[in-house]
Design a binder for this molecule. Sequence first.
Ligand SMILES: Cc1cc2nc3c(=O)[nH]c(=O)nc-3n(C[C@H](O)[C@H](O)[C@H](O)COP(=O)(O)OP(=O)(O)OC[C@H]3O[C@@H](n4cnc5c(N)ncnc54)[C@H](O)[C@@H]3O)c2cc1C
Length: 404
Amino acid sequence: MNSTAPKRTDTRVLVSGASISGLTIAYWLVRYGFAVTMVERAPHLRPGGHALDVRGPALEVAERMAILGTMRDRSTKLTGMAVVDSDGQEIFRSTESTLTGGRLDSADVEIMRDDLCHVLHEAVGDQVEYIFGDSIASLTQDESGVDVTFVTAAPRRFELVIGADGLYSRVRRIAFGPDEQFLRAFGDLYVATFGMPNFLGLERWQVMYQQPDSVGALVMGLRKDVSARTYLGFSAPKGIDYGFRDIDAQKRLLADRVAGAGWVIPQIVEHMLRATDFHFYSLSQVRMNSWSRGRIVLVGDAGYAVSLGTGQGTTVAMVGAYVLAGELATHKDDLVGGIAAYEDGLRAYVIRNQDIALEQNAQPDEPTDEGETAPTGGIPDFGALTLPFALKNYQDRWFRCRPG
Ligand SMILES: Cc1cc2nc3c(=O)[nH]c(=O)nc-3n(C[C@H](O)[C@H](O)[C@H](O)COP(=O)(O)OP(=O)(O)OC[C@H]3O[C@@H](n4cnc5c(N)ncnc54)[C@H](O)[C@@H]3O)c2cc1C
C-alpha cells in the first residue's frame, strides 16, 4: 500500500479505481476543492490494454484539462492495417483506416490505454491521496456520509463514494447487487489484451486474423523495439463460467479455446501464457436504471460500459466523469442533488451510445472465399458514430462563485 496525504480538507470523496474515469474525475474534483482519496486494487497504475479512442466531446474535456497536446504526442500514430489468412497472406489492407481507430485522417486521438492513464495521472498530480493495492470491503451510508471499510486500510468516513472501478465494479456489487443484474453480454465474445514481443516486426501497423468460428487475434506494433499489444478472443454462444480474478485459469481457458487456430496464434498463446499485463473480459455493456444509491455513485464502465462495437467507451467515461464532477461542484451543498443532475444530463447520451454499439455489433463481416472473415463491409466510420454532447462550462461558474 502506498499513500500520500491529501492537500485539501474540504468535502471528502473516495474514488474506487484509478483508470480513465477515476483519474478524470479526480482531476476535476481536486480543482473544484474536494479532498479526493483514490483506492486502486492494483499495486500501482494498472498497466495493459490495447488502444483506446478519445473522440468528440472527450477531446474537449481533454482540452479543458490541458492534456490534449500530450495525448496527441503519445498517440499510436498508426499508418494502417492488414487482414491475413491462416497462412499469413494478406487478404485486405488499408492505409486510410484501422479497425481500432477508424479513419487515420480524423481528429480523434487513439492512444494506448496505459499511456492515457499516465497522462491523466500526471495531470492529477500529487493533490490526491492514493491507496494502491487495496479495495473497498463494505459501504454503510447515512444522510451525511458513507462509512467505508477497506480490505487492508483502516475504516474511514467520506461524504461521497464514486465507483470508477470498471466492468466488474466492486462498488456496484456492494451497493447495487450482483453483476448478472447489470451486465449485458455482447455477441458472446470474450477477449484478452496483453503485451508480447513484437515478433511480427510491426511499426505503427496492425494485423488481424479471424476465423469463421470467431477465434481471432489483432496485433498492433508501434515500434520494432517496443512490445506489441494483442487482442486474442473467441466466441462462446452458450457463455462461459470463469473467475474474473483468476488470471491463470483465464489464460488456460483462452489457450484451450483457441487451440488449433491458424496464423501465428500458437506463438501468440505462448507469449500470452507469460504475459504480466493480461486482462480478460467478456464484451458486455452495463445497463442500469440508476447510477446512484444516495451518496454512492458510479461513473464510466462501472455504471454504463458501452463495449467495443463503436470504441466509444473511453469517450463516454471521460465525458461522464467531467459531468459528474461539474454537477457535484455546482451542488456542493447538496451532493445528492448534484448526482441527480449528473444522471439527468448524461443518461440520454449514454443510452444512445450503447444502442449504437449494439446496432454496430449486429452487422457481421463478410466471409472471404477462404473462409476467414475480412471487414469487406467496411471499417466502421467511427466519426459518424460519435455523438455530440454539449459540455457545460462548470469551471467558470464554480470559480466565479468561489469565496475569496
Ligand atoms: C487492464 C485493462 C485493460 C483494458 N484494455 C482495454 C482494451 O484493450 N480495449 C478497450 O476498449 N478497453 C479496455 N479496457 C477498458 C477501458 O479502459 C474502459 O472501457 C474505458 O476506458 C472506461 O474506463 P473506466 O476507468 O471506467 O474503467 P477501467 O479502465 O476498466 O478501470 C477500472 C479501474 O478500477 C480498478 N479496479 C477494479 N476493481 C477494483 C476494486 N475492487 N477496487 C479498486 N480498484 C478496482 C481497475 O484496476 C482499473 O484501474 C481495459 C481496462 C483495464 C482495467
